[in-house]
Design a protein around this ligand. Structure first.
Ligand SMILES: [Zn+2]
Length: 134
């Protein structure tokens, strides 16, 4: 049925992530016209601090710390190809809709509300909506 299957790396990175977000990612992979890789799931406090220092994240209260967020990238990866990230978002939102699991995308924080530390473009980032998944 599906053309794509998660790599070992993706499966490893889904370990410890909230089951509902894993469901969305799995269905999105079936619906997507592009293959993708899960590059990050649950994150330790140490790793968050490291990314914060590097400026790769604007928050120390990341949803990654609690397993409520994943980062996915198109395969093959071109960081400059924003259309590819938008295509993945389309598949993720379609999957979320079918499963009735509300999510937000870092490329479009406004869709489901936003806070000041989250106003920058973060194309790979998807998280469960905080209002429903505190
Ligand atoms: Zn992220």
């Amino acid at each position: 049925m599906s053309k794509f299957k998660f790599s070992k790396r993706s499966e490893d990175n889904l370990n410890g992530v909230h089951p509902d977000l894993i469901k969305v990612a799995r269905l999105a992979l079936q619906l997507s016209k592009r293959d993708f890789t899960v590059i990050e799931g649950i994150r330790s406090k140490e790793r968050q601090a490291e990314l914060y220092q590097k400026g790769a994240t604007k928050t120390m209260n990341s949803r990654h710390l609690t397993g409520h967020a994943i980062d996915i990238v198109p395969y093959p990866l071109d960081w400059h190809d924003k259309q590819a990230f938008a295509d993945l978002a389309k598949a993720m939102f379609e999957a979320a809709k079918q499963l009735k699991i509300p999510i937000r995308w870092g490329g479009d924080w406004n869709r489901n509300g936003r806070s000041d530390d989250e106003s920058f473009y973060d194309g790979p980032h998807f998280e469960l909506l905080k209002a429903v998944y505190p």
